[in-house]
Design a protein around this ligand. Structure first.
Ligand code: 13P
Length: 302
């Protein structure tokens, strides 16, 4: 008899051990959740349902509660857990947020894991904010994700040329800082910057095709050797597959995907929600079967 009450940290640790990746899917519009869940179910694949703060502020997910309620209606714990994605301390518009209150509310609502994003702070301030949230979440019995390094793309200003960014390694997570960060914060999972970037979300750029990012695999290997916890890859849309496959062998146990399923939905949502949902479902099947090659992962994770 398989036990579906496994805690989320156990599942992510197991994924890391086995070199399987757990995808997290962002839900910026509530009706996107149904085709995401259906695709996970139909392919026996394990994934997380996620919402980030910017998705209830700049998109139409409503609130943490509306996402939780929709999740409760649709959930099947053989295939999913509910994760709170990016709650920044300083957001993409450079404003301070009430991150502690937001995360405390998510814990009360029953989210299975939460992310604190202090990556726009100094190392010391990021450590301090993350440590506070780790205490809060661990007291409630759930794991946290934190970020170190600069995964750019959400900011409204223009991005520096990608090739320049990649070649310079500017903003990449430092393996030495990662070691200190994990020891001092007790974060359970670490989001790293290794050439990955987020899909644009500002109103003028969000419909643009995302550039194909690459990953600095030797750099990831150094991070993976310096910390002994699951690593998370944000900006999961449009990364060349050869890099993805190597990253899953070097500690990346969770990958966040938003743009790949949001853009097909947005393209059709004004014609008909059900047509837009089918476009999400088709993209989900392609992601699961071809891009990530994880169909059937639910059977291997439990
Ligand atoms: P993409 O939009 O590139 O898929 O990134 C999603 C993400 O990292 C959300 O946290």
């Amino acid at each position: 008899m398989i036990e579906y009450k496994h805690s989320t940290d156990m599942l992510v640790n197991k994924a890391r051990e086995k070199g399987i990746v757990i995808p997290g899917f962002n839900i910026p519009y509530l009706p996107m959740m149904e085709p995401v869940m259906r695709a996970l179910h139909d392919t026996d694949t394990f994934g997380m349902i996620m919402v980030a703060r910017l998705e209830w502020i700049k998109f139409k997910s409503g609130s943490m509660k509306s996402i939780r309620d929709e999740y409760e209606k649709l959930k099947d714990r053989r295939f999913t857990r509910l994760h709170l994605d990016h709650v920044p301390v300083i957001d993409e518009d450079n404003l301070h947020t009430n991150f502690e209150r937001i995360i405390a509310e998510a814990i009360d609502l029953g989210y299975d894991s939460v992310m604190i994003d202090g990556s726009r702070l100094s190392l010391a301030d990021n450590i301090e904010a993350t440590r506070k949230i780790a205490l809060l979440a661990h007291n409630a019995g759930i794991p946290i994700e934190a970020e170190l390094g600069a995964v750019m793309g959400h900011e409204s200003g223009p991005l520096p040329p990608y090739e320049e960014l990649f070649a310079s390694g500017k903003g990449f997570t430092s393996p030495e800082e990662a070691k200190r960060f994990v020891e001092e914060t007790q974060t359970d999972w670490l989001s790293v910057a290794i050439g990955n970037i987020h899909g644009a979300i500002s109103a003028v750029t969000r419909t643009e095709k995302k550039i194909e990012a690459r990953l600095a695999i030797p750099h990831l290997k150094l991070i993976n050797e310096s910390v002994n916890i699951p690593l998370v890859l944000h900006g999961g849309t449009g990364i060349a597959k050869e890099y993805l496959m190597q990253s899953f062998k070097q500690g990346i146990a969770k990958i966040n995907i938003a743009t790949a399923i949001r853009q097909p939905y947005e393209k059709l949502m004004n014609d008909s929600v059900s047509t837009a949902q089918e476009a999400v479902y088709r993209e989900m099947l392609d992601l699961i079967n071809n891009q990530l090659e994880i169909a059937g992962s639910a059977n291997r994770i439990f």
